[in-house]
Ligand binder design. Structure first.
Ligand SMILES: [Zn+2]
Length: 410
């Protein structure tokens, strides 16, 4: 069984907030702010702002860093589609052998770095829990599980991804404008993530600061359709602020490799991106962005597998899989977020698997995959692991959190 986005929205309808109120709540750092902001955004209560464009941003352009942990991450030529970069064709990989590899993923973590049974305390005596009460098992338990899995399959054969709404909502996350979350995510060894709408709730300039920070390496936000407006232009033209995709060569050394392209796609249709002054914008639909990059990924990067990291919701991911298949740009996996959907089985449209794993780091999705280099066939198995209070804590993450948040216990 899975909860659809409409089920989720229904549960939180008592808390509509407009966008200004949401921003004020972030600033006030009230205990409620994380919940209210989260609920309002997901309930679609915000309206689309209509501010004129500004021309003062200097978004990031290129990615030149190496990852904090294997596998090899190769550099994307440019995050800016215009002018078109000269792309030196990547050599293809040898066409022989089977490659086993794994992709682990989370979504809608919302800054839940600490264990807590519920974010907002015990409800009034005899009363029900407040709608939307948040419990979380914390980053240390999540870290224990993914690090153990990495040890089992080998770092060179595993990708660790996030599908958005990572850094904002919990009081700890909000206190540091998401920094403590980014630091712990790096420490755990996450490699790439889709920039979700909540990533922008600390303001556009703060997000651009994060994008700049990520040039140094480690975890990298992606988005193939989030742009900075060009000076004096009210139109949202492609002018990307993040790398649209990353390429990973996975597989044990020595041995055959599989080349995996991971592309980030943002929903164009919902209004709650949290852009505070409209100098950022969504420059194309997820399908249009995918179609733009698809030939590059296939013909110039020689990607064997295309993974979409999407932040738009499960129903929209299913529709994207269908449209992409019909328009001859089928992808292998869509790892989604935003609707906080729990799935027991992956969605399947054509040959595209569509997954999502709830929220707050309480569940991890696991693809165990085998790619046959000779036949190009991909065998897919997907399972989930719930991170429970009985899951051991990763000592390194505990230590990190004790230093970063001395008043809190992980
Ligand atoms: Zn979202």
């Amino acid at each position: 069984m899975w909860l659809s986005q409409s089920d989720y929205s229904h549960a939180i309808m008592p808390f509509p907030l407009d966008e200004k109120s949401m921003k004020k709540l972030i600033g006030s750092n009230l205990l409620w702010s994380g919940l209210l902001i989260l609920l309002s955004a997901c309930a679609g209560a915000a309206s689309t702002p209509t501010h004129p464009p500004t021309a003062t941003l200097s978004p990031t352009r290129a990615l030149s860093a190496t990852p904090s942990s294997p596998p090899t991450r190769t550099t994307v030529p440019s995050a800016t589609p215009s002018p078109e970069p000269t792309l030196i064709p990547r050599p293809t990989l040898a066409d022989e052998g089977l490659v086993d590899f794994s992709i682990l993923h989370i979504n809608d973590f919302h800054g839940q770095v600490l264990f807590h049974e519920t974010e907002f305390g015990v409800p009034p005596e005899g009363g029900d829990r407040f709608p939307g009460d948040i419990s979380a098992t914390g980053a240390a338990r999540l870290a224990f599980f993914v690090k153990s899995y990495r040890e089992k399959v080998g770092a060179e054969s595993m990708l660790l991804l996030d599908a958005g709404d990572l850094i904002q909502a919990s009081p700890d996350a909000n206190d540091s404008q998401g920094q403590v979350v980014l630091d712990v995510i790096n420490q755990i060894g996450f490699q790439a993530g889709m920039a979700g709408n909540h990533e922008f709730f600390f303001g556009e300039s703060r997000f651009l600061e994060i994008a700049e920070q990520q040039k140094a390496g480690g975890f990298q936000f992606l988005a193939a359709n989030i742009s900075a407006r060009k000076p004096n232009s009210s139109r949202c033209q492609p002018n990307l602020i993040l790398p649209p995709y990353l390429i990973f060569d996975l597989g044990k050394d020595p041995g055959p490799k599989v080349r995996v392209a991971v592309i980030g796609l943002a929903n164009q249709s919902y209004p709650e991106w949290g852009f505070d002054n409209e100098s950022l914008c969504i420059s194309s639909s997820p399908l249009a962005a995918l179609k733009e990059y698809y030939p590059k990924l296939k013909d110039q990067e020689f990607a064997d597998i295309i993974v979409v990291l999407s932040h738009q919701g499960y129903d929209e991911d299913m529709a994207l899989a269908k449209a992409a298949t019909q328009q001859n740009t089928p992808v292998d996996l869509i790892i989604g977020g935003h609707s906080h959907t729990y799935l027991d089985q992956p969605g399947l449209v054509g040959a595209t698997y569509i997954v999502q794993v709830g929220e707050y780091g309480k569940r991890v999705g696991i693809f165990d995959l085998t790619f046959n280099r000779a036949t190009k066939k991909l065998d897919v198995a997907w399972k989930t692991e719930d991170i429970k209070t009985s899951t051991p804590e990763d000592p390194q993450t505990v230590q990190f959190l004790q230093t970063a948040l001395p008043a809190a216990q992980p």
